[in-house]
Design a protein around this ligand. Structure first.
Ligand SMILES: Nc1ncnc2c1ncn2[C@@H]1O[C@H](COP(=O)(O)OP(=O)(O)OP(=O)(O)O)[C@@H](O)[C@H]1O
Ligand SMILES: [Mg+2]
Length: 390
């Protein structure tokens, strides 16, 4: 059953909030035959956006293939992911093509089409065999186009992991993709904005200048509020004055917005049968107090993840984030005094955080030319504010 406020997996239905401009840009690019690189922090809705785009293109006759490179470590695995993505099309012709390729090269698809196993005698396929498989799989859109003149959209999701699996794999990819002309357009999506930028804007990299950028920002709060209010009405649940502050706290972070809405809805549903998900003294809370209690639940649920991130940070980055969370200028005098670190060290930590694009981003407004820094994940910001406290 699909949750009314999905927050764990990419959205597969039509329940995307906003992202109309992004979908429009993707549509224009597809029609124009332009490749796009989509970058955004983790859990910002990249996959959900791309699934929606793929659905709308398939409705107009495109073949769409979604390859997820998450965690790949070798070229053989890369082949497996691509083959698996094609067999999801459930097209007989594609399946037989991949099967034929497999029997020639010594791998076979598992029955469910969810994986590829290499044959026993070739448990370790030779590098040559793997390279041939990769070449043929990458050229599949071309072969299919020659047969039926249908365009293919190929989405490479978690693209940065492809490059981690082999530093020359973007070169291999380019050597095929560049000859696909009308047959296929490509979307490269990744959750390390800095690495994505580097792969496509560094003159030394093979994919330099090969795709137009699309950076995902936060969701607009007014759209979020209208959409979520309508969903609560449709579910016959009344969030009262608790929804508005939660939407504000989530600050347009897509996954955090949905997590908070989910926890609020679950609490309201429980109350209907005389239960609560909150500590007993908060069982009747409403408005702001209820919103605060829901945020506490969310922090409880995500604490380990925040702790893991915090533990992995350098002391300079910790000092910058702590200052930011406490409302102090991250490289100002107070921050340097408190942390006992030089301003230069704080500045360098902030630059590094900004470059990575995972935890902080700079918001520029019409009134402030230089803008101000803010946390990408509002729950992480709260956790940092309360660090060490229950
Ligand atoms: N436009 C949106 N409207 C509503 N919810 C959204 C939207 N985009 C994302 N979400 C929420 O965020 C969650 C994460 O989305 P998704 O998996 O698409 O993000 P992602 O950027 O691909 O994440 P990851 O970095 O883990 O791959 C979804 O489960 C959903 O709850
Ligand atoms: Mg994703």
């Amino acid at each position: 059953m699909q949750r009314p406020f999905p927050f764990e997996t990419p959205i597969t239905g039509d329940s995307l909030i906003d992202r109309r401009a992004e979908l429009h840009q993707l549509h224009l690019a597809a029609v124009d035959g332009a490749h796009v690189r989509v970058a955004g922090p983790r859990r910002y809705g990249k996959t959900s956006l791309l699934l929606a785009h793929e659905r709308s293109l398939s409705d107009t006759g495109w073949r769409t293939v979604h390859v997820d490179f998450y965690g790949v470590t070798s070229l053989a695995e890369v082949c497996a992911r691509i083959a698996t993505a094609y067999t999801r099309l459930k097209e007989h012709r594609v399946r037989s093509y991949v099967d034929a390729l497999g029997s020639r090269l010594g791998f076979s698809l598992t029955t469910a089409g969810v994986g590829v196993t290499f044959g026993p005698q070739q448990a370790q396929p030779s590098q040559d065999a793997t390279l041939t498989a990769a070449a043929e799989l990458l050229d599949l859109p071309l072969r299919l186009f020659e047969r039926d003149r249908r365009h293919t959209l190929v989405v490479f999701d978690e693209f940065q992991d492809l490059v981690s699996a082999g530093s020359t794999l973007d070169g291999l990819l380019r050597s095929h993709v560049q000859y696909h002309g009308d047959a296929a357009t490509y979307i490269y999506a990744g959750s390390q904005p800095s690495l994505m930028r580097k792969l496509f804007t560094d003159r030394e990299r093979p994919l330099y200048g090969q795709a137009e950028p699309l950076e995902l920002g936060p969701l607009p709060l007014d759209e979020v509020l209208v959409d979520l209010s309508e969903r609560f009405v449709a579910l016959d649940a009344d969030p009262g004055d608790a929804l508005n502050p939660l939407v504000t706290i989530a600050a347009g972070h897509p996954q955090r917005t949905m997590l908070l809405a989910h926890l609020l809805h679950r609490e309201l549903t429980m109350r209907q049968s005389g239960w609560t998900t909150l500590p007993e003294q908060q069982a009747d809370a409403d408005g702001l107090v209820l919103a605060d209690a829901i945020v506490d639940l969310a922090l409880n649920q995500t604490r380990e993840a925040h702790q893991g991130i915090w533990d992995s940070l350098s002391s300079g980055k910790k000092a910058v984030l702590a200052a930011l969370a406490d409302g102090i200028r991250p490289t100002g005098t107070r921050a340097t005094e408190r942390a006992g670190i030089t301003r230069a060290a704080l500045q360098s930590a902030l630059r590094e955080l900004a470059r990575e694009g995972q935890h902080v981003s700079r918001i520029t407004t019409g009134t402030t030319a230089s803008g101000y820094w803010r946390f990408t994940d509002p729950l992480f910001a709260l956790w940092v504010t309360r660090r060490g406290r229950a």
